[in-house]
Design a binder for this molecule. Structure first.
Ligand code: C2E
Ligand code: CA
Ligand code: CA
Length: 578
C-alpha cells in the first residue's frame, strides 16, 4: 500500500533522537537533511532524566534510539520506551551488524534496526519514512479494539489524536461521524462487591462483546475505569447510528459472567455527532459527555443524543423497527397489487406485489417509510420471504379464480439479494407452494445486480433455471448501460417513473425513453413503463412501442379483493367488446 506523496510533505515527521553525544545527533541530522522529501523535526535528548519527561509530554512520530542510550539493559529500556511513548515506533541504531543484533532487538520491541557502520542517508530516511507511514496507517486502521483495551486504558492524548484524525477524514469525505461516550451505571458498587480486578475483567469482557456489534470501520477505546468511547465513522444518516446504538444496547442487555457469577449491567450512552455537535475533538467529547449524563437520568441502559432533532429521529426509528418486528409476527403486513397492462392487447399481463403495513395506531404505512428501516436492520430479509410466500399463494388462487397466466412480480431488496440463503429459501418457498414458476418474476435494481456482477450472474442463472424471470427495476436511475446486463437472464426492463413523469416537460426524458425502448427491444427484452398517469404519457409510450404500462392511469395498487373485482370487470368488459 502506498500513501500519496502529498501526505508525506504536508506534515512534518517528528523525531525524538536518543543519543548521548552531540556530534552523533548532528551526524544523524545531516543524513536526514539530505533527503528531499523528508522535512524532519528533530529533538535531541542526551540523557535519561529529560527522556522520560519528553516522551510522556511531547508528541513524536518516530523515536530514533542509539542502543548505547539506556539504563540497566537494552531490553528493559526498549520495553520502557514502548510503554511510555504509547507504542511509538522505535528505530534502533547499533554498532553491531544487523545479523548479530536485529532479531534480538526486534523481539524486544524495536520497530526497525540499522547498523551504524553501514548507515547512509538513503537507508535512514527510508526507514524513518516507512515507520512514519506505518504509524499513520495504524492510526487510521481504526476498527480494532486494539492492544489498548486488552491492556487497559488508552491515554487521553492518543484518544484525542485519533478523534482528530477521524474528524479530518469525515471532513474530507463529507461524512458524518458519531462519538459515543459510554459509562457503566453504578460501577462503584461493582468495585465494592467484586473488587477492582474482577470489575476490571467485567469491563474488558463487555468491551470485547461491544466490539463485535460494531462495524469494521468503527473503533472502541477504553478511556477510563468504567468508560468507553466509540468513534463511528462514515455515517451516512441517522439510521446508521441508530442501528449501532440498537446493537450496543442489545449487547449490553445480555448478562456478563464474572467469577462464575452472572451479572447484569446497565450503561448510559451519550452521542455527539459531527457536524451537529461541533468539529473539534474537545467539543465532541464534552457534548457526548453531557449527553451521557442526561442519559443517566433514565433507568436501565439508555442513550441520549446531544442534538435534539437526532434524538427524536433515532427514537422514532428504533420504535419503528421494534414495531416492524412485531408486525411481521402479528400479521400486520399486507400485499397490495398493481396491474400491468399490455399495450397491444389491453390485457392485464401481471401484477406487481407491493407491501403495506397496517399499523395498529398509525393506519396504513407505505413501504417508502419502513423499507429503509427494514433494509438497514436486516428485517427486510424475513419480510421479503414473507412477500414471496404470499405472492405464491395468490398466484395459486388466481389460477383457481379463472385468471391463469397472470404474472406476479415481487421486489427483491439489495440486502435480500445478498442473503446467502436466498436461492435456497426461494427454492423451498416455490417448492412448497407448488406454483408455475414461469409466472413468478423478481424485480431487482441495477445497484443490487451490479454490486457484485459475478454473484448476480450465478444467482440469476440458478433461479432462472427454476423458471423464474427477472426484471430490472427503476431503470435509468443508475449508471449501468443495458449492454452491461446483456449476459444476465433479464427479460424485462422497467423504466423509472421519474422519466415517465417528465414526459411533456423535458425533451431529455423523451430521448431517454426512446433509447431505452429501442435498445431493450434489440436485446429481446420487454419494456414496462412505470408511473403512467396521463393520456399524453400513454400515447407517447404507445408510439414508441412500449410493451406494458403500470400506473395510476389504469389502476393504483390495491388489496387482493379489489384486484379480483378489477380482473373480473376487465374480463367482462373484454367479453362484451367481442
Ligand atoms: P417500486 O418498485 O418502484 O414500485 C412502484 C411504486 O410506484 C409503488 O410505490 C407504486 O405505488 C408507485 N406507483 C405506481 N404507479 C404510479 C403512478 O402512476 N404514479 C405515482 N406517483 N406512483 C406510482 P409503493 O407501493 O409506495 O412502493 C414504493 C417502493 O417500495 C417500491 O418502489 C419498492 O422499491 C419498495 N417496495 C414495495 N414493496 C416492496 C417489497 O415487498 N419488498 C421490497 N424489497 N421493496 C418493496
Ligand atoms: Ca418494483
Ligand atoms: Ca420501480
Amino acid at each position: 500500500m502506498t500513501l500519496p506523496m502529498e501526505t508525506m510533505s504536508s506534515s512534518q515527521v517528528r523525531l525524538l533522537v536518543l543519543t548521548p553525544e552531540y556530534p552523533d545527533f548532528l551526524w544523524l541530522q545531516s543524513l536526514l537533511a539530505a533527503d528531499q522529501e523528508l522535512l524532519p523535526d528533530l529533538v535531541w535528548c542526551p540523557d535519561l532524566i529529560d527522556c522520560d519527561d519528553l516522551i510522556r509530554h511531547t508528541h513524536f512520530d518516530v523515536i530514533l534510539w542509539d542502543c548505547v542510550f539506556h539504563g540497566d539493559s537494552e531490553a528493559a529500556f526498549l520495553d520502557y520506551l514502548n510503554v511510555a511513548s504509547n507504542d511509538k515506533p522505535v528505530l534502533a541504531l547499533s554498532g553491531e551488524t544487523s545479523a548479530e543484533r536485529a532479531p534480538e532487538l526486534m523481539a524486544s520491541g524495536a520497530a526497525d534496526y540499522l547498523c551504524r557502520q553501514s548507515l547512509d542517508s538513503w537507508s535512514l530516511a527510508r526507514s524513518v519514512k516507512c515507520l512514519w507511514y506505518r504509524g499513520q496507517l495504524a492510526g487510521s486502521a481504526h476498527g480494532h479494539l486494539g492492544r489498548e483495551v486488552a491492556s487497559g486504558f488508552i491515554n487521553r492524548d492518543l484518544f484525542f489524536d485519533r478523534l482528530q484524525q477521524a474528524l479530518l477524514r469525515a471532513e474530507r469525505g463529507g461524512h458524518r461521524l458519531a462519538l459515543l461516550h459510554l459509562n457503566l451505571d453504578d460501577f462503584r458498587s461493582f468495585n465494592e462487591s467484586f473488587g477492582y480486578q474482577k470489575s476490571d475483567q467485567l469491563v474488558l469482557k463487555l468491551a470485547e462483546r461491544l466490539r463485535h456489534s460494531l462495524r469494521r470501520v468503527d473503533s472502541l477505546m477504553r478511556i477510563g475505569g468504567d468508560e468507553l468511547a466509540i468513534i463511528v465513522e462514515k455515517v451516512e444518516d441517522s439510521l446508521d447510528i441508530t442501528q449501532i446504538i440498537r446493537k450496543l444496547v442489545s449487547a449490553l442487555n445480555d448478562p456478563v459472567t464474572v467469577d462464575g457469577q452472572s451479572v447484569v449491567v446497565s450503561a448510559s450512552l451519550g452521542v455527539a455527532t459531527y457536524p451537529e455537535a461541533g468539529d473539534s475533538p474537545e467539543n465532541l467529547m464534552r457534548r457526548a459527555n453531557r449527553a451521557m449524563f442526561e442519559a443517566k437520568r433514565d433507568p436501565g441502559t439508555s442513550y441520549r443524543f446531544y442534538d435534539r432533532q437526532l434524538h427524536i429521529t433515532a427514537g422514532y426509528q428504533l420504535r419503528l423497527e421494534a414495531d416492524l418486528r412485531n408486525a411481521l409476527r402479528g400479521n400486520e403486513l399486507e400485499l397490495y397489487y398493481q396491474p400491468r397492462i399490455d399495450l397491444a392487447t389491453e390485457e392485464v399481463r401481471g401484477v406487481e406485489c407491493l407491501v403495506r403495513w397496517n399499523h395498529p395506531e398509525r393506519g396504513l404505512v407505505g413501504p417508502d417509510e419502513f423499507i429503509p428501516v427494514a433494509e438497514r436492520s436486516g428485517l427486510i430479509v424475513p419480510i421479503g420471504y414473507w412477500v414471496i410466500e404470499q405472492a405464491c399463494k395468490r398466484l395459486q388462487t388466481s389460477a383457481e379464480l379463472g385468471f391463469p397466466g397472470l404474472v406476479f412480480a415481487v421486489n427483491l431488496s439489495f440486502r435480500q439479494f445478498h442473503d446467502r440463503k436466498m436461492t435456497e429459501t426461494i427454492f423451498r418457498i416455490i417448492f412448497n407452494a407448488n406454483v408455475d414458476t414461469s409466472l413468478l418474476e423478481l424485480e431487482l435494481t441495477e445497484s443490487a445486480m451490479m454490486h457484485d456482477p459475478e454473484y448476480a450472474q450465478r444467482c440469476l442463472r440458478e433461479l432462472n433455471q427454476l423458471g423464474i424471470s427477472f426484471a430490472l427495476d427503476d431503470f435509468g436511475t443508475g449508471f449501468s448501460s443495458l449492454s452491461n446486463l446483456q449476459h444476465l437472464p433479464i427479460s424485462l426492463v422497467k423504466i423509472d417513473k421519474s422519466f415517465v413523469q417528465e414526459l411533456g416537460h423535458s425533451a431529455d426524458a423523451e430521448h431517454i425513453i426512446r433509447a431505452i425502448i429501442s435498445l431493450a427491444h434489440s436485446l429481446q427484452i420487454s419494456v414496462v413503463a412505470e408511473g403512467v398517469e396521463t393520456e399524453g404519457q400513454l400515447e407517447f409510450l404507445r408510439q414508441q412501442h412500449c410493451d406494458e404500462i403500470q400506473g395510476y392511469y389504469y389502476a393504483r395498487p390495491m388489496p387482493w379483493q379489489d384486484l379480483v373485482h378489477f380482473l373480473h370487470n376487465r374480463s367482462q368488459a373484454a367479453c362484451l367488446q367481442q
